[in-house]
Design a protein around this ligand. Structure first.
Ligand code: HPA
Ligand code: ZN
Length: 323
């Protein structure tokens, strides 16, 4: 049986560090003389069993130790572009975590130049347009986020927006009110993870204290009827990541995922892979996963793909080309 052609779509929730496959991690470890606490690719893969967001983040940050040079970041992004293209991704908005590299002495210049070197030819090589979104680590102080934003200022020509990720509970969006206001004044787009492990109140704050244009995850909005109505009436995009939600135990099984209820409620949901090297699949894998586990039809899949293009930070011409 031939494999069906993946549906053309945009991917709006993808952490480039979360695309680091074990094989590339070992290759970079060797190249950079970094010792990994795992002997083999299989041993590393066996560690991908998570009980919650923090247990994943511990491994995610640890494995980043292999990313040291511009070329490492270029290789990482190139590998993602190739995989995403094969999965029908025609436009990708890519998160990166500069603070997680700065703590290891890898500066903004290395990270952004390395990533940009891969992305600048993505359209020519893959027909894929891309954006870069700088994420602040919400479990670090707000003033560090502000300094990080200032360090990135020379690169605002290649950075389209800012986001907020890492350990959610105990780190509410309002902690970053000032840094998001500064980013908005600089003309950057605004997104934030909210309502993944954190309560609906954090989604309200992302909207009202930060003024985000999209909510990353947002699945816990379903616990608050008034919030669902707010998100629906504003057509606020939610970048849902089904495999991630299962692996990080936000939901028990894919069959229990709230995605069908979110669609039914009229929410502008999109399907994304989050950290595909860790969670068992890329964009089309997630799309097919929800399709079969949740019994979504052709029309739902088309809606999800159309939503992804409509929620992307692209101009009208590119949007028309992708729809
Ligand atoms: N949530 C929060 N922080 C993250 C994630 C996530 O799903 N992936 C990478 N950093
Ligand atoms: Zn994420």
């Amino acid at each position: 049986m031939s494999t069906p052609v993946p549906i053309p779509k945009a991917e709006l929730h993808i952490h480039i560090e979360g695309t680091l496959e074990p094989e590339l991690a070992f290759e970079l470890a060797e190249r950079n003389g970094v010792r990994l606490p795992y002997a083999t690719v299989d041993e590393l893969r066996a560690a991908y069993s998570f009980s919650d967001l923090q247990s994943f983040l511990d491994l995610y940050y640890a494995l980043m130790a292999v990313l040291r040079t511009e070329r490492d970041f270029t290789d990482l992004a190139d590998a993602y572009l190739a995989r995403a293209t094969a999965q029908g991704v025609r436009h990708a908005e890519i998160f990166f975590d500069p603070q997680a590299h700065a703590v290891r002495g890898v500066g903004m210049d290395v990270v952004v130049r390395g990533l940009a070197a891969a992305l600048e030819s993505a359209e020519e090589r893959h027909g894929m347009t891309t954006r870069l979104i700088l994420c602040f680590l919400r479990d670090r102080p707000a003033d560090e986020a502000l300094r990080t934003l200032e360090e990135a200022r020379p690169y605002f020509n290649v950075i389209s927006g800012v986001g907020l990720d890492s350990a959610e509970v105990g780190n509410p969006p309002e902690k970053f009110r000032e840094v998001f206001a500064t980013a908005r004044d600089a003309g950057l787009h605004l997104v934030a993870h909210a309502g993944e492990e954190g309560p609906p109140a954090y989604v309200w704050q992302a909207l009202d204290a930060l003024g985000v244009e999209r909510v990353d995850h947002g699945v816990r909005c379903m616990e608050d009827e008034a919030l669902v109505e707010r998100l629906r009436s504003e057509r606020m995009p939610l970048t849902v990541c089904p495999f991630s939600n299962v692996r990080l135990r936000v939901v028990d099984r894919l069959e229990d995922h709230p995605l069908p209820r979110m669609l039914q409620a009229g929410l502008m949901v999109t399907v994304n892979s989050d950290d595909p090297a860790y969670f068992g699949g890329y964009a089309e894998d997630n799309m097919r996963g929800v399709r079969s586990a949740l019994g979504l039809g052709e029309e739902d899949v088309r809606t999800l793909a159309r939503n992804s293009v409509n929620a992307a930070f692209i101009d009208a011409d590119r949007r028309a080309a992708l729809l």
